[in-house]
Ligand binder design. Structure first.
Ligand SMILES: *Cc1c(COP(=O)(O)O)cnc(C)c1O
Length: 401
């Protein structure tokens, strides 16, 4: 199932310690499911910032584009360059702030599309492009703040902002957008207030004949929550990766988890009662146990705060993690699990037998959100692309039993 050839630059021994499996069939399925809720006039932007939420930006981008995503969204200029350097041609929106002229030059060179949040920044951009004697105007995206209170020009002054950018040479306004602060909240009041402000800005731009060709407002939660938020484009991150932004949004589409985190047992031993385990001896066993050391730790993205709480799947059995999770290794109590050997694979996130462990499970235990759990898996873990058949839809049982 694993194709080690896909990571030729990695020594096999390092690959063997721990890795991430990315299910490309699930990823394509999620794109299709999400596109299924959109009208034909709405495009899908796949948000692949933070290395595609820990899934590996280039592989994810290539796969989702084949599956029907039209745009890619990143947070930073280097993230956009990584995709272009891999040969990806699709339009790429840089959603984060871009302020230095070096970044502006890189944006122009790699044909990325920046987010502009004020007139001064737009002016500097235009001047930078003039100096580069750019042949084609650069597509830019104007962001207004409707209540997220992060990046964006005040929504009530959208007309002044758009008019100013409109008259600048070398820039072509491609879209007007904003970002929602509470789209995953079952109470839609704040989201609706943001939408009203967005609509007010859009209407005043229409009256001035300054309406940009594209409008967008929705992240995953808004895409699932309310079709009136779809506009011309939706910017979907979390849902692509098969994770729901909130329990009340689970009914809309069938999303399949894309990531599995696996690691090997590197050492097995018997430990007598009364023995302290790992740094600080936070855990002292009250009975003799069989202990497994596993080659993955907090430097790989397993939050240390899950020490003594995490459960993992070992050959279809749940096993309790014990003692402090260390940088590169963690320990399990595997007492009673038969036929274990050093080298056996354990599943930290994903499915094995009848058990499934999800980023939501970790997020609940770590008092954080699934977004943060996912983007904790960084380059130290090799990523292996797999094509897994999706689980067949539940069939009615035929015959007795
Ligand atoms: C990260 C991000 C998104 C995607 O959010 P999800 O909740 O993961 O779908 C969309 N828009 C902007 C501006 C973002 O920063």
């Amino acid at each position: 199932m694993l194709s080690w050839e896909q990571t030729p630059s990695l020594e096999p021994m390092r690959c063997c310690r721990a890795w991430v499996e990315i299910d490309l069939a699930a990823l394509r399925h999620n794109v299709q499911q999400l596109r299924g809720v959109l009208p034909a006039s709405t495009q899908l932007m796949a948000v692949v910032k933070a290395d595609a939420y820990g899934h590996g930006a280039v592989t994810v981008a290539q796969t989702v584009l084949q599956a029907g995503a039209a745009w890619l969204g990143v947070a930073t200029v280097p993230e956009g360059i990584e995709l272009r350097a891999a040969g990806i041609q699709a339009p790429i929106l840089v959603m984060g702030a871009v302020n230095s002229t070096e970044e502006m030059q890189a944006i122009a060179h790699w044909r990325l599309q920046p987010t502009l949040v004020n007139p001064k920044q737009a002016l500097v951009f235009s001047e930078t492009l003039a100096k580069l004697s750019a042949a084609r105007p650069l597509g830019v995206h104007l962001k207004i703040d409707t209540g997220m209170t992060r990046l964006g020009f005040p929504w009530a002054e959208a007309v002044d902002f758009v008019r100013f950018v409109h008259q600048l040479p070398h820039l072509k306004i491609d879209s007007l957008y904003s970002h929602l602060a509470t789209a995953d909240d079952p109470n839609p009041a704040t989201m609706q207030l943001q939408q009203q402000r967005f609509t007010a800005a859009v209407e005043s731009l229409q009256r001035q004949h300054l309406l940009p060709p594209r409008l967008h407002l929705a992240n995953t939660a808004a895409t699932l929550a309310d079709p009136t938020l779809h506009y011309d484009l939706v910017r979907v991150g979390l849902g692509l990766y098969g994770v729901y932004p909130a329990p009340h949004l689970q009914t809309q589409v069938d999303l399949q988890p894309v990531i599995q985190i696996k690691a090997r047992i590197t050492h097995l031993k018997a430990v007598p009662a009364g023995t302290g385990i790992s740094y600080g001896h936070q855990y002292v066993c009250d009975r003799p146990i069989r202990l497994a050391v596993v080659g993955i730790g907090y430097a790989d993205g397993v939050p240390r705060i899950l020490s003594n709480r995490l459960q993992v799947i070992v050959k279809g059995h749940l096993a309790q993690q014990i003692g402090a999770i260390t940088m590169d290794q963690l320990m399990l109590d595997v007492t009673g699990i038969p036929n274990l050997q050093e080298g056996d694979v354990v599943t930290l996130l994903g499915r094995d037998g009848s058990h499934t462990l999800s980023p939501d499970d970790w997020a609940a235990m770590a008092n954080t959100i699934s977004w943060e759990i996912l983007c904790g898996f960084k380059h130290r873990l090799p990523r292996i692309a797999v094509e897994q058949a999706l689980p067949a839809p539940a069939q009615p049982r035929i015959g007795p039993g």
